[in-house]
Design a protein. Structure first.
Length: 557
């Protein structure tokens, strides 16, 4: 319905003033109508006419064109705003808006989470997973042929730091001693090794040189496809421990990835491409290293291959882009990362643009801030003062138990995901465990409870009969009006890849329903049939919105 009205207004402008324009309706306060536009104000300068006079002409034309069956009232307000109120019949039609599918027929590769083997999953991975899952649901709803992938560093200095500390613990290259580490302690052991290895690299020159040599050995075992030497056995066993740990966590939170791209796979491809493009002048030599001169493009210069011949993260990302293209020939690839690598990614993509511009055109980079506990505490895996992803879930489970006397996986995940997703991506994410489980505020459990409560109303009757929603009282129409906004909110969230729009809407919808239910009896009222239809639409909308966010909508709580 919204698009029909926008088209009718654009047609009126063309007919009346011979001007081509794009009209975008917005939602005003309910007292002013269902939609509003300032198109007359936009046209006034171009036409050199009073905007209110322009608005009155457009309003008269649109009312005549659409008729009272669709538009019950068109009013001109203020200096020239056009406010439109839909008929009750048109509101009902708006409930059945077709699914918005701008990605229909497109193959989309979505890359997110990106944990590094040999390191722990921290709160930032939990946030990125929740956000990535929600974006994935939006893309699939929008018709995309979606492929979710994951990229992680199984080679590089962070692995060498781990291996150095592991070898200290194992007393040398003794893979058989790995059997002494209990399965439940493996990820914790590797996390502690990473912290110790990092400290040694930064504080002990001898250890630093040993770690640098281990880094070369790790690249070499991949080059040699070595799985049998004691050193290789330790490496491959611990890498698999990491993947097992990742898979268990993703299963716990409901994330699904069809492919892991390890840096050991993308690095050789990246080196090959960078060296090829070095010959063509895209990259250049500098003190024995291969660099990209980003300063030509208002960026900065970065090293892609070190003077020792080893690939940097930059070369690995070049290889990743080309590997994704090789495997999928995507129409679009979306990458979700922290905002600390914004400038880094600009340089990487600018370098790729010099030889594969179409791939850069198909790439979108979304970034987020750091996850901080209430009070502004930032976590760092390098220093060891970080909050593990599983710790977050455990803390929320305990907070929920304290608040309600019990806890369950659906509520905990709903609390954490909603607490993350209700905040607009970009800035730092402030996480408060107690606030996340509240049943009285803007939280996931509040919306889950709202759904369960509404379902309990429907459970009191045998069957909800469909009926026309033409004869509406004020509160009924107000709830119906709010319900019709849902498709527009999903469209906006999809266009911007911003799930927080859905969070805001669902909270407002639940508040609207609470107000309606407080003042209007449903079961046993003479308007029971109509109101049950409204309750049915309300529960269906809540359930659909929560599921787009990756949150369960329980029948009872």
């Amino acid at each position: 319905m919204k698009s029909d009205i926008e088209a009718a207004i654009a047609a009126a402008v063309k007919s009346l003033f011979d001007v081509d324009t794009r009209v975008e309706l917005t939602r005003p306060d309910e007292q002013f109508g269902d939609y509003t536009t300032n198109i007359a104000l936009q046209l006034s300068k171009h036409l050199a006419r009073n905007p209110r006079e322009i608005a009155e002409q457009i309003a008269k034309n649109v009312q005549a064109e659409l008729g009272y069956e669709k538009i019950s009232e068109v009013q001109v307000a203020g200096p020239g705003f056009i406010n439109l109120r839909l008929s009750n019949k048109a509101l009902t039609v708006a409930l059945r808006t077709k699914t918005y599918q701008p990605y229909a027929g497109q193959l989309v590769v979505l890359e997110y989470s990106d944990p590094n083997p040999f390191k722990i999953l921290h709160a930032g991975h939990l946030y990125q997973g929740a956000f990535g899952d929600a974006v994935a649901h939006l893309l699939e709803r929008a018709g995309a042929n979606l492929h979710c992938v994951n990229f992680g560093g199984d080679v590089g200095l962070h692995v060498a730091r781990n291996m150095w500390a592991m070898l200290q613990d194992l007393g040398g290259e003794h893979p058989e001693k790995l059997e002494e580490i209990p399965s439940g302690d493996r990820s914790e052991w590797m996390a502690k090794c990473y912290v110790r290895g990092t400290a040694a690299y930064e504080e002990d020159e001898t250890a630093k040189q040993q770690i640098i040599e281990l880094n070369k050995r790790i690249y070499q075992l991949h080059a040699d496809n070595d799985h049998s030497s004691p050193f290789a056995q330790i490496y491959w066993t611990c890498r698999q421990w990491s993947y097992d740990y990742f898979n268990a966590f993703y299963e716990r939170v409901g994330s699904h990835f069809e492919k892991y791209y390890p840096e050991s796979e993308t690095a050789p491809l990246g080196v090959k491409i960078v060296n090829e493009q070095l010959q063509k002048g895209v990259y250049e030599k500098s003190d024995g290293a291969v660099v990209f001169d980003g300063e030509k493009y208002g960026l900065h210069t970065r090293v892609f291959i070190t003077s020792n011949g080893l690939p940097t993260y930059e070369a690995k990302d070049v290889g990743l882009t080309m590997a994704k293209w090789r495997d999928y020939h995507f129409d679009k690839t979306i990458i979700i990362t922290g905002n600390d690598i914004v400038e880094y990614m600009k340089v990487v993509l600018k370098s790729i643009e010099q030889f594969e511009p179409s791939l850069v055109e198909r790439t979108q980079h979304l970034t987020h801030g750091n996850v901080k506990l209430a009070g502004g505490v930032k976590m760092s895996s390098r220093k060891g003062n970080f909050l593990r992803a599983n710790d977050v879930l455990d803390i929320v489970a305990e907070a929920n138990r304290e608040a309600t006397g019990h806890s369950d996986q659906q509520t905990v995940l709903g609390a954490v995901k909603y607490a993350f997703l209700k905040q607009r991506i970009g800035a730092d994410i402030i996480f408060d465990p107690q606030e996340s489980v509240s049943l009285e505020g803007n939280s996931g459990p509040y919306l889950q409870y709202a759904h369960a409560r509404a379902r309990s109303i429907l459970a009191k009757v045998d069957e909800s009969k469909d009926t026309q929603l033409d004869d509406l009282q004020a509160d009924e129409r107000s709830l119906l009006r709010k319900l019709t906004e849902y498709s527009e909110v999903v469209e906006k969230a999809t266009n911007e890849l911003m799930p927080h729009h859905i969070c805001t809407y669902l909270y407002e919808l639940a508040q609207k329903f609470n107000s309606f239910y407080e003042h209007n009896r449903v079961i046993g009222d003479e308007r029971e049939t109509l109101r049950l239809v409204l309750v049915g639409h309300y529960t269906a909308t809540l359930k659909d919105g929560l599921e787009l966010l990756g949150i369960a909508a329980p029948e009872r709580m």
